[in-house]
Ligand binder design. Sequence first.
Ligand SMILES: [Zn+2]
Length: 229
Amino acid sequence: MKILAIGAHPDDIEIFMFGILALYKKQKHELYLGVATDGSLGGKGPKKQLIAKRKKETKNGLIELGIPHCFNFPDGHLGDDFSHKKIIQKYIFKINPDLIITHHINDYHSDHCNLSEIISKVSGHYFPIIYCETMMGLNFSPTYYVDISKVFEMKKKAILCHESQEPKRFINLVQMMNGYRAAQCNSPIGTFAECYYFKKSFPFTDISNLLPEPPKIKPFNIQNQVGFL
Ligand SMILES: [Zn+2]
């Protein structure tokens, strides 16, 4: 399959979608990675240097998955210009992916929301989309859970490549978010899950067979159970 992931900022794929992509990579699927903005508002110092630094960090962060395509839209202004929509549309149709992964429209950052809206609109009935979790899961109701325990160390390593972003706080974040989502599946402490939202829309009704395995659900009321039940 061709899997296309597009994040709004240089570290978003790593924080919100890395686990599922690493699993697809292990299964030898073809990955395409897009980074929409230049990240120029995420740090101090001269803008040009920050953009170059963040681009390098993204390249390092995603090295195990592929080479990202950077759209270089201005940070904080994604979608302000109509040309952004046209450029994203052209990119998606050129790849012709089997599945798209991007942000959810309810996310906290306007660039995340705008990107989500643009991708939803241009994909229409041509490509199925799964939306990654919002920051801290607010206003987000998952439909699919993916067990990322086996690639969680790889995900942490990728996040730590974003040195300009004080990345340790994001390690804490994913430990909380992905640990909590695994626990929702009654999966033990020390396991991790990413979760995604899929909205049925003609002609895409059930895409579960496109996704990696969810965490194993432990049967209830069994002695020596390691989950919560
Ligand atoms: Zn972001």
